[in-house]
Design a protein around this ligand. Structure first.
Ligand code: ZN
Length: 97
């Protein structure tokens, strides 16, 4: 039932780079990563579920880190440190191997 990035990007009909957005969970304050893409005109589109599957966008608030490329996402996550969700971060490292 989970939408994959591929499905989401498929709907746009064009080839788009996957982008990473960091959002803070409003209850736990943990920061999770959401995959998505730039929707054009500076808008950022993300999946509803975080990479780890433990958080959703509806229970999270946006930070200023939206639609980052892989390098920027890793640097940002490293800068945030312990507040980052470990599962989301390790998935990010897996992705770019
Ligand atoms: Zn997570």
């Amino acid at each position: 039932m989970a939408t994959t990035v591929r499905e989401m990007l498929g709907r746009t009909g064009s080839k788009v780079d996957i982008r990473y957005s960091l959002k803070r969970h409003t209850k736990t304050n943990e920061i999770h990563i959401y995959k998505g893409s730039e929707a054009g005109s500076g808008k950022c589109q993300t999946l509803k579920d975080s990479v780890c599957g433990k958080a959703t966008t509806s229970e999270s608030m946006n930070l200023e880190f939206l639609c980052l490329n892989e390098g920027k996402a890793i640097a940002t996550a490293a800068g945030i440190g312990r507040k980052m969700c470990g599962t989301c971060v390790s998935d990010l490292y897996e992705t770019i191997k």
